[in-house]
Design a protein around this ligand. Structure first.
Ligand SMILES: [Zn+2]
Length: 386
């Protein structure tokens, strides 16, 4: 009997070990595949143009996984060495706080949560296990720590002045990259709009009202009801604008996008999306929304994965970029990879030159490619960050 208990305890420990050490690594690897691995062999002209660009990506979830972002990993899509290899000037590090089990694009409720399991399995601090706000603050702290330990290679951008001085330094030193913080879903406020200040103080400069489920702020494109902004949600938009935080309508329901566009006085962003014109899907933007987002002066970040562009190759990304540029103007299109967001992509961030090359082949001019690959988002950030 005693032996039975010893064996049971050992088996339990072994399971726990697998759960906490093996499983997270396997999940991050399988969830974030790269379909065509390095080495990437672009033409010389593509490489030359790529090196002259100031590239911005509006969305990556690299902070969700327990990777040391200062080391080059064979797993996932984004880390500092690969941002440098891809000549990325600025990456948005976005926070995931809660994702329902049985996740789908059409309809999710908010009764279950996979991120609780992931937080425990990845040995995040216990304060994050029961608090969505703490999950956001913990991931923000991770980015601050990576920046502090990066020997100046990773710069954290919080103000327009930060951005200006960083870009001036980068003129002569290309061995620099930068990040800024965003949030997927205002459930991280935990019902209290005063937490906008807490998150702002932690460095967050962009937030989407919803992620995969409806919350007390707004309806999600993937939610049960898919409603619009609540009264609290409208107040949230006003407070975010007053603090110069950017509003991101990725994952928002059509009604939420309408409501945001009705009250927004600043440029509206879509950090990662597809467009219905090339790929009809629950989360992708209608022509009307594309045009109205452009009218705010905003930018639409085209994502790289199957549900956004209906294929897994670089041509599908370029097709969505072309469609959006033709409809709304090339000044309103950008990149929104969704790297490390549990998606498979044709290349990782080190391989972005493939996109530059494909945009050249599509016939975009050098100036237009500069705007698409980062110039447009830089403009919005320079004019709208605090
Ligand atoms: Zn997302």
């Amino acid at each position: 009997m005693k032996k039975f208990f010893v064996y049971s305890a050992l088996a339990l420990l072994l399971l726990l070990g697998v759960f906490m050490f093996v499983l997270p690594a396997q999940v991050t690897k399988r969830a974030n595949a790269v379909l065509a691995q390095a080495p990437y062999t672009p033409s010389e002209s593509a490489l030359a143009l790529h090196q002259r660009l100031e590239i911005v990506d509006l969305h990556c979830d690299a902070l969700l996984w327990n990777r040391n972002l200062l080391e080059r990993s064979k797993v996932g899509h984004v880390d500092v060495p690969r941002l440098l290899a891809g000549n990325v000037a600025l990456e948005a590090f976005t926070i995931v706080s809660k994702v329902p089990f049985g996740l789908n694009m059409e309809r999710n409720d908010s009764n279950s949560d996979m991120i609780t399991v992931l937080a425990i399995a990845q040995r995040w601090p216990p304060r994050t296990w029961g608090s969505l706000k703490e999950r956001a603050l913990y991931q923000a702290k991770k980015l601050h720590e990576f920046a502090a330990r990066s020997q100046g290679k990773l710069v954290l951008i919080k103000t327009a002045a930060d951005l200006q001085s960083y870009l001036a330094r980068r003129q002569t030193d290309h061995n620099l990259t930068a990040g800024f913080l965003g949030i997927e879903g205002a459930q991280v406020l935990e019902g209290d709009l005063a937490n906008i200040d807490v998150l702002f103080d932690a460095g967050f400069r962009m937030m989407a009202p919803t992620h995969f489920f409806d919350n007390d702020i707004a309806g999600s494109a993937h939610g049960a009801e898919k409603g619009g902004l609540t009264e609290k949600g409208k107040e949230m938009i006003r407070r975010m604008e007053a603090k110069r935080m950017l509003v991101d309508v990725a994952h928002a329901s059509p009604q939420t996008i309408d409501d945001v566009l009705t009250i927004a006085t600043k440029p509206v962003l879509v950090s990662h999306t597809g467009v219905k014109g090339t790929c009809d899907g629950a989360r992708n933007l209608s022509d009307d929304h594309i045009k109205r987002i452009a009218q705010t002066g905003g930018v639409i970040g085209i994502a790289y994965f199957d549900a956004a562009v209906c294929a897994t190759d670089v041509q599908a990304i370029v097709k969505a970029i072309r469609y959006t540029a033709d409809l709304a103007g090339v000044e309103h299109v950008g990149l929104g990879s969704d790297f490390d967001g549990a998606v498979s992509t044709p290349f990782d961030t080190a391989g972005l030159v493939q996109l530059t090359e494909a945009l050249m082949a599509e016939g975009f001019s050098e100036k237009e490619i500069g705007l698409i690959m980062g110039g447009n988002v830089m403009r919005v950030l320079q004019e709208n960050l605090p």
